[in-house]
Design a protein around this ligand. Structure first.
Ligand SMILES: C[S@@+](CC[C@H](N)C(=O)[O-])C[C@H]1O[C@@H](n2cnc3c(N)ncnc32)[C@H](O)[C@@H]1O
Length: 303
């Protein structure tokens, strides 16, 4: 599948999930009664009752993450937060409360039905410092150096171009800004049979990076201090239940998946002095001696 096909599958899956929630059902595909929560081992029981009580019911019902980045990201009053793939908006609303009225929380998503649900949840929450944006995490519609913290919850694994997503996260972060993301990560190699299945991709598993690839890609994007903290391990019975709904060869896939899939809290920091900025003087000096313009604005000098 090319990246455009992946996006179409993802939009369809999450559009359907949002529509289920809009009609009062759970976003989970496993048939739980409205309000019963999800039986998916990845997305269930991520928020404690105090956090759940801070958001509209439909934000909780729409929760399709695999961790709780706002609980781990140490958000401070006044900060600007961006949630990549914000879905029904639960982490954006929780972030908005943490950063307070002097801060801002942006949610970015490409699926219209999810954005509509998120807007409804924003309206019910009464929060004024929340902004939902339509767009792709591979092309973040925000300026360079404008965000203190990038969060995300089980979305980067869905992208067909993760290097680009990480470069975009780096670009929009201010120097010293934090990447604080929950994601499904694979320990070791991904079984090829899982990678081939678009349905599984949309189900959070098949696009997951290995832990070593994730750290290498973060470093390649320019981040420092990259680290993955395992927050949940999926055993063979978890995988069996999850895979059963996907029409896959459960016996074989569950055997191959045993102990390999985990949820991780992935952290990294953009260096306090922007490497691109520090690289400009040398480039500019060279260009000046050659008599040409080399300001970042005319050399395409982003990060
Ligand atoms: C697994 S859900 C997670 C939603 C939310 N983060 C949560 O914890 O409930 C994935 C969300 O990411 C969005 N998404 C997936 N790939 C995307 C992309 N490339 N650009 C923008 N949004 C994307 C989907 O539309 C969907 O709303």
């Amino acid at each position: 599948m090319n990246t455009s096909d992946v996006k179409d599958v993802v939009k369809q899956k999450y559009g359907e999930a949002a529509s289920r929630v809009a009609q009062g059902a759970t976003s989970s595909c496993c048939g739980g009664a409205p309000g019963s929560g999800s039986c998916d081992p990845i997305t269930s029981n991520l928020y404690d009752p105090a956090q759940a009580g801070q958001v509209p019911e439909k934000a909780l019902l729409a929760s399709l993450g695999c961790g709780n980045p706002t609980a781990l990201a140490e958000l401070q009053p006044g900060e600007t937060v961006l949630d990549l793939g914000s879905g029904g908006g639960i982490d954006v609303l929780l972030s908005a409360r943490r950063v307070g009225p002097t801060g801002r929380a942006f949610g970015l998503d490409m699926t219209d039905e999810m954005l509509a649900l998120a807007e409804e949840n924003k309206r019910k929450s009464g929060l004024a410092n929340v902004h939902f944006l339509k767009g792709e995490i591979e092309n973040i519609p925000l300026p360079d150096n404008s965000v203190d913290v990038v969060i995300s919850n089980c979305v980067i694994n869905l992208s067909g171009d993760k290097d680009r997503v990480l470069r975009e996260a780096f670009r929009v972060l201010k120097p010293g800004g934090r990447f604080a993301v929950s994601d499904v990560v694979v320990r070791g190699e991904m079984p090829a049979a899982i990678q081939k299945t678009a349905e599984l991709w949309a189900g959070c598993v098949a696009g997951a990076l290995s832990d070593s690839d994730y750290l290498a890609k973060l470093a390649a994007a320019g981040f420092d201090n990259a680290d993955i903290e395992v927050t949940r391990v999926y055993n063979i019975e978890d995988a069996r239940e999850f895979l059963a709904g996907q029409g896959a060869d459960v016996q074989e896939l569950a055997r191959q998946a045993d102990g390999k899939f985990v949820s991780g809290f992935v952290r990294a920091v953009k260096p306090p002095v922007d490497r691109a900025a520090s690289a400009v003087p040398a480039t500019a000096a060279k260009a000046a001696s050659a008599g040409s313009c080399c300001a970042p604005s005319c050399c395409g000098g982003g990060v």
